[in-house]
Write a protein that binds this ligand. Sequence first.
Ligand SMILES: NC(=O)c1ccc[n+]([C@@H]2O[C@H](COP(=O)([O-])OP(=O)(O)OC[C@H]3O[C@@H](n4cnc5c(N)ncnc54)[C@H](OP(=O)(O)O)[C@@H]3O)[C@@H](O)[C@H]2O)c1
Length: 443
Amino acid sequence: MNEIRDAILADQLDAIGGLAVPESYRAVVVRKDEQDMFEGVATRDKDPRKSLHVQDVATPELAPGEALVAVMASSVNYNTVWTSIFEPVSTFGFLERYGRVSELTKRHDLPYHIVGSDLAGVVLRVGPGVNKWKPGDEVVAHCLSVELEDPAGHDDTMMDPQQRIWGFETNFGGLAELALVKSNQLMPKPAHLSWEEAAAPGLVNSTAYRQLVSRNGANMKQGDTVLIWGASGGLGSYATQMALNGGAIPVCVVSSPEKAEIVRRMGAELIIDRSAEGYKFWKDEHNQDPKEWQRLGKKIRELTGGEDVDIVFEHPGRETFGASVYVAKKGGTIVTCASTSGYMHQYDNRYLWMNLKKILSSHFANYKEAWEANRLIDKGLIHPTLSKVYPMEEVGQAALDVHKNAHQGKVGVLTLAPEEGLGVKDAEKREKHVDAINRFRGV
Ligand SMILES: NC(=O)c1ccc[n+]([C@@H]2O[C@H](COP(=O)([O-])OP(=O)(O)OC[C@H]3O[C@@H](n4cnc5c(N)ncnc54)[C@H](OP(=O)(O)O)[C@@H]3O)[C@@H](O)[C@H]2O)c1
């Protein structure tokens, strides 16, 4: 593994294909025999530092259409938090089901799950039938894994019945020294970014792109007013940039003055600090308080000069969904991709149908959407929102930060890269964007 790392660090990428593939590598895993370890523990008290381990794992065999990547850096997504606390289900069920598809997918059904749905690194080997990529290519990977053996996936790849999120519903994820991907997950690494910066946007940037910009999502247009929950978080920090780039007007919801400051620095002007406002959308476990929805709606109108929002960018779920449906404009769209605070939503349907609002679902992104989202990063139109970077050994703490909502933007993890700041190939382009690239660092 050291030879591979040294060749990458020395920029001897032509030599990569000639180096031996190690039989094992270090990876971040959860263990099947620990999947019940948090039984009876409250969600907030489940500690990823106890369940995420860094251990040696066997290198999987490479199959047709796949690539083995030497991973220089990865990042923490909320899906790694879900895997590490075994909620809402243990991800070993996904691996067992995938393992039943074919002889080759059986490789994924192991007593450990290598997690992680982002990477930046260098292609080490490609399997038969891969022509677009070769050893030595510097890449990032999106996390859509599809089989595409069914007609359903050939219009929009997210519709493939065998659609999975790599590193969450498959094994051999990106929080490791090596990763196994389907070659159609690979995309060029933006040359002006370091390894950890390039690894940060992937999953959330692509998801925000489909959810907000794509015609498969809210199809945002110039002038749209967009309520963005968690505007300084993983998804929200990219949605905010996309709204501003696209000529829309983001109304950013955050939970502290520090987070308000960071979205202001991105260029947002209309900001709501939900903690300062003290919204309490639920009176108790079963009943919501429509007066609180109204209070949010009034605040939005104050900020927008009397307008309601065309689009609500939803992901907190149960806690906010009733309010989100209420505050959307007549004919507006509530587009949801998650339920962080609970998946059994409750809302007053009268406000939906009488005002012809739409609830739209969105999930990750198809190959084209992920490519377009990566292109925005490459063009310097959207920037990584990396705040903090941990070594792989401290991945448990990194996941705990995200679980506790103690982070900003994205949290990065160094895998093969020995330190931050390496891998930049286009210093001139970087110089143009350096302030924006560093906007989230150290806050
Ligand atoms: N379907 C998909 O493809 C997909 C893709 C990516 C993520 N997701 C899911 O989307 C969710 C968010 O992911 P992320 O990466 O953006 O996470 P994140 O980095 O933790 O950001 C989420 C933000 O939401 C806000 N928030 C959290 N709980 C809230 C609540 N109860 N009420 C209002 N705001 C709340 C927080 O901001 P403030 O505290 O500042 O308000 C937080 O920073 C997760 O559940 C994740 O699994 C789904």
